[in-house]
Design a binder for this molecule. Structure first.
Ligand SMILES: Cc1cc2nc3c(=O)[nH]c(=O)nc-3n(C[C@H](O)[C@H](O)[C@H](O)COP(=O)(O)OP(=O)(O)OC[C@H]3O[C@@H](n4cnc5c(N)ncnc54)[C@H](O)[C@@H]3O)c2cc1C
Length: 565
């Protein structure tokens, strides 16, 4: 075994058996090494500060699906709870509340095969988007890098969230880009799904014979490792049919240089309504590869360079902006791709200019480089503003519903008595964007706190702020979506799964049934996807107000949002 042998949380017999599967170099119980696997990740600071995130008791690194089957069966025989991990980037689902978890680190499963003729890639969990994009861009193909960044596992992202930026032709949902899947159940059975039903080499098409059961592995947002281990997927790739995207810069200045067939446009609008109108017209005209309404402070996040001075750089810019300036400059970013030819991009540009002129927009300068769509190198910027990635809620729905949700959030945040708990957004709109030619919209409602005020170990810690953040995030923000009908995609990650599920067709009936069927001993990521519920119940029960509970009841009563009309 690697490091110190400690058998406080796992029996020595079990350890020796596991060691014989992966070899002594690939198993550890050393608390120092295990400490590095403590879950924090996306918006998990509150878990961390609350002492809910604990290091695992054991870490094991298999090399193949065959080894994983043996490990999982051994876990079932000895009753060892385990959590799989790809990059541990998300990590919100990593060991919570207990010390005896075994992390199954999948980074050694790192094979990637690209079939450019049939446009798909077969990847194992250790392959990240930066590697995939690095190879396929050379072949004139692309995939969809999520906001989480180029360091995110392609496979894990296909079963956790899985959302990118593209408006059309390329499916923005990674679960819909899957062809075949190889899955090891929580008890160690191997299943092949999707096109693999036809035969083992059939990786190129979705929906094999019979019903497509791949959705079972994604769940409502993610199982958080609670439904066994996926060892291989085939994911669709898409042609961009343009000249090569040349990489440039290094570290925080990394980017790709855009060829003339791929163009960014930055447009200012004097009012939100004129911006919305332009977005509607762009959808009707069926142009635009990416259409992104970015909050003003994001521009300052993106402009800030350097490492140590990252946030100083940001604050110097953002402090200079007045709410009036923010209100006069509603920024829409539009990416056009001439997939067929240079003529296509020229045509789309003319249409876009007509729409901008008719809606009162003003073109701004746009650097013809990309940091977010093809490589997503700017993802660490999400921590830049305050040092705490402050998700409150997010969802996908029809345009009217998303508009109402955003407008309510802006008003609520403006009027909130403790608004200084968060970055001052100066009245701007939260991030939103259309998909599928504007038929559906996406939004994220952010509240970015200052970690120094939230961390009990910090001299600037402020008693009561964590409770307020939790109350704001769920009882105020999550409640908006319940009232407008927006479906949240943060159940189990940011929002508790159980609280609002009665208002969402009681989805947990199905979660619980599947879990019981496939994991009768409850060893795969025990407690998931209800980890956030448990944290709320044990540490923040008073922050779930009667008022949100009443809204849940009203929506549950139906027929729609409790509205009998
Ligand atoms: C700041 C930030 C912004 C983000 N923005 C976006 C966004 O815009 N769009 C988007 O789609 N995502 C976004 N994400 C989420 C990001 O894409 C996730 O981190 C990712 O999907 C999970 O991949 P990972 O490599 O981080 O996985 P990990 O953290 O290793 O795993 C995530 C979960 O999947 C489980 N898991 C891992 N591997 C397997 C496996 N092989 N089989 C079964 N279960 C497994 C783990 O147990 C864990 O519960 C964001 C994340 C961050 C931190």
């Amino acid at each position: 075994m690697r490091g110190r042998e400690v058998f406080d949380h796992i029996s020595e017999d079990a350890c020796r058996e596991l060691e014989s599967i992966v070899g002594p170099e690939n198993l550890t119980t050393d608390p120092v090494i295990c400490e590095g696997y403590t879950g924090r990740g996306m918006d998990r600071e509150i878990f961390w500060y609350q002492g809910v995130s604990r290091p695992p008791g054991t870490v094991i690194l298999p090399e193949s699906a065959e080894e994983i089957v043996r490990i999982v069966k051994t876990c079932n025989r000895f009753g060892i709870p385990y959590i799989p991990m790809a990059t541990l980037g998300m990590a919100c689902f990593a060991p919570s509340f207990r010390d005896d978890i075994m992390i199954i680190d999948l980074k050694r499963l790192d094979k990637m095969e690209i079939d450019d003729k049939n446009m798909f890639a077969i990847v194992e969990p250790g392959v990240v988007y930066a590697q995939l994009q690095g190879e396929i861009l050379k072949k004139g193909l692309t995939s969809v890098v999520p906001g989480g960044g180029g360091q995110v596992s392609v496979l894990a992202n296909s079963f956790v969230c899985g959302m990118g930026l593209f408006n059309y032709r390329i499916d923005f949902l990674s679960q819909r880009r899957l062809n075949g899947v190889e899955w090891i159940t929580p008890e160690g059975e191997v299943y092949r799904m999707g096109s693999l039903l036809a035969d083992d080499d059939s990786w190129y098409w979705r929906d094999g014979l019979g019903p497509d059961a791949i959705g079972l592995l994604h769940g409502i947002v993610s199982w958080g490792g609670g439904m066994g281990i996926i060892t291989k997927i085939s994911t669709k790739l898409y042609p961009i049919q343009s000249e090569k995207l040349e990489p440039g810069g290094i570290g925080p200045t990394s980017h790709v240089e855009l060829p003339p067939t791929v163009r960014w446009y930055n447009i200012d609008f004097p009012t939100e309504e004129s911006c919305r109108k332009a977005m509607r017209e762009i959808g009707k005209a069926r142009i635009g590869a990416v259409i992104n309404r970015v909050p003003a402070y994001w521009r300052d996040v993106a402009k800030s360079r350097s490492d140590l001075a990252f946030s100083n750089d940001f604050w110097q810019r953002w402090n200079r902006m007045t709410p009036e300036q923010v209100a006069e400059s509603r920024v829409l970013r539009v990416l056009l791709i001439g997939r067929a030819s240079q003529k296509q991009v020229e045509y789309e540009e003319k249409v876009l200019m007509d729409i901008v002129n008719e809606t009162g927009g003003t073109m701004r300068r746009a650097r013809q480089v990309d940091e977010a769509t093809f490589m997503a190198v700017n993802a660490p910027g999400m921590w830049k503003a305050t040092g705490f990635f402050g998700e409150c809620d997010g969802g996908i729905e029809c345009p009217r519903c998303i508009d109402k949700t955003r407008e309510t959030y802006i008003k609520k945040l403006k009027e909130y008595e403790h608004k200084s708990d968060f970055l001052d957004q100066k009245g701007d709109s939260p991030w939103y964007m259309p998909f599928t030619f504007g038929r559906i919209y996406y939004t994220e409602l952010h509240g970015w706190p200052d970690p120094a005020r939230v961390d009990p170990e910090d001299p600037n810690y402020e008693i009561g702020i964590r409770e307020r953040i939790i109350r704001w995030r769920t009882s105020e923000t999550h409640r908006i979506g319940l009232e407008t009908g927006m479906k949240s995609f943060f159940f189990g990650q940011v929002q508790p799964t159980g609280l609002a599920e009665p208002a969402n067709q009681h989805f947990s009936v199905w979660i619980d049934r599947f879990k019981k069927e496939f994991d009768p001993q409850g060893l795969a990521a025990p407690g998931q996807p209800y980890g956030v519920d448990r944290m709320y119940n044990e540490h923040f029960s008073e922050e779930i107000t009667d008022s949100i509970r009443k809204v849940v009841e009203k929506v549950e009563d139906g027929p729609w949002g409790g509205n009998p009309q």
